[in-house]
Design a protein around this ligand. Structure first.
Ligand SMILES: *Cc1c(COP(=O)(O)O)cnc(C)c1O
Length: 383
């Protein structure tokens, strides 16, 4: 058996008629830039996430960068943050979460994770504020890693107490929840990605910002088309960061399936958890009762000394796995040279990079395929 991490051909077969029809409609109208599908996608996602505004963009990274740029213009009246403006995030994430902070002009402050959920440990934000009272912290950028929400009660409380903004990185958690709220509706903005491997993925790059803030929405709309209301007479240092009409059309067609696909992910996760529980040396994902985990990834933890061998041996049995992420951000050159602040040892983040392994999570994978992954892991671990 061959079990890929994700099987995009299988997904395309499954929704081929809808997607082909959506692309054909675009071929008919030829409105490639900000065509009708972009507006429709923005309206549908705003309704889905329960926010006033949704702004289509060409990637999740741009959704983060433009969120931060809009906040700088709104809150400081400046195009960019200063190096002395600090934004707290996690070191255990995709590069873009931290890189967006650098690109907005601010300094990323990395705090450690909770070892069980891999999400930012919100208590450490309070510790940071207590230990560095002179720091100029302006915001928090929580990343809902693997599809599970950060502790948004605590993050919102800290933000309220210290007048900080919150930009949610929802790239891995479309449809995820914290209590009754949709992720992407809790921060000043939410940044989503439609990179093909995300749980709502397009046929290329794309993303959106969600927000209830009229001014931030207006600024993001200006920034994405060169920085002005009129693109021939601009006010701000802008970008060309529109989502393509074609991409919006594809994501719209796939959006119809998102709830079903997230349910399928949860079911597969349930089968993994049942099949892999009580195996010595293996740690399974911890689900918080407040968080509606959508299992963008099902990530197990094995002893660091065995992880890479296990991955190789699984590959030989036809089972693909991935390491998200092999390096913590604070160890990367781009965040070196005083361009970021590491708060504490970040040992839990470092340990996670050495021991995590994400298993195949294809919403259309069969129970037999999931069982094959489980059996392969059992055979190898008990050897
Ligand atoms: C994928 C991802 C991004 C970036 O999204 P792109 O659309 O690839 O630019 C940002 N943050 C996290 C956590 C991601 O997983």
């Amino acid at each position: 058996m061959q079990i890929p991490m994700l099987d995009l051909k299988r997904e395309y077969e499954y929704m081929k008629d809808d997607i082909n029809a959506a692309i054909n409609t675009c071929l008919g109208h030829q409105r490639w830039i900000l065509g009708p599908e972009v507006k429709e996608l923005e309206e549908k996602i705003a309704a889905y996430v329960c926010v006033k505004h949704c702004i289509g963009l060409c990637s999740g990274t741009d959704a983060l960068v433009l969120s931060l740029r809009a906040l700088s213009i709104k809150l400081k009246g400046e195009e960019f943050f200063d190096r002395t403006d600090e934004i707290i995030t996690t070191s255990f994430t995709f590069t873009a979460s931290g890189d967006a902070i650098l690109r907005s002009g601010a300094t990323p402050v990395f705090v450690d994770i909770d070892a069980a959920t891999y999400n930012m440990d919100a208590n450490l934000i309070r510790n940071y504020l207590e230990q560095r009272p002179s720091s100029k912290l302006v915001g928090i950028l929580p990343v809902h890693i693997y599809g599970q929400a950060c502790d948004m009660d605590e993050i919102k409380n800290i933000a309220n107490d210290h007048n900080l903004f919150v930009v949610e990185d929802v790239a891995q958690a479309f449809g995820g929840r914290w209590r009754d709220a949709s992720l992407g509706s809790l921060g000043n903005t939410g940044a989503f990605s439609f990179f093909p491997s995300k749980n709502l993925g397009g046929f290329g790059d794309g993303g959106v910002i969600t927000t209830n803030d009229d001014r931030l929405a207006e600024l993001a709309r200006m920034l994405l088309r060169h920085g002005g209301r009129d693109k021939y007479n601009v006010d701000h240092v802008g970008y060309n960061a529109r989502i393509d009409t074609l991409q919006a059309a594809v994501v719209l067609a796939k959006l119809k399936h998102i709830d079903d696909f997230n349910e399928r992910r949860k079911k597969i996760a349930g089968i993994y958890t049942e099949g892999l529980s009580n195996i010595k040396g293996l740690e399974l994902p911890k689900m918080l009762p407040e968080a509606g985990h959508v299992f963008h990834q099902y990530t197990i933890r094995v002893p660091a000394s065995e992880r890479d061998n296990l991955q190789k041996a699984l590959k030989e049995k036809g089972v693909s796995t991935m390491i998200y992420y092999p390096y913590p951000l604070h160890r990367m050159k781009v965040f070196g040279n005083g361009r970021s602040i590491a708060f504490g040892s970040l040992k839990k983040s470092e340990d996670a990079t050495q021991s995590v392994l994400s298993l195949p999570m294809e919403p259309l994978q069969t129970a037999d395929e999931t069982s094959y992954v489980i059996q392969s892991i059992k055979d190898l671990i008990n050897k």
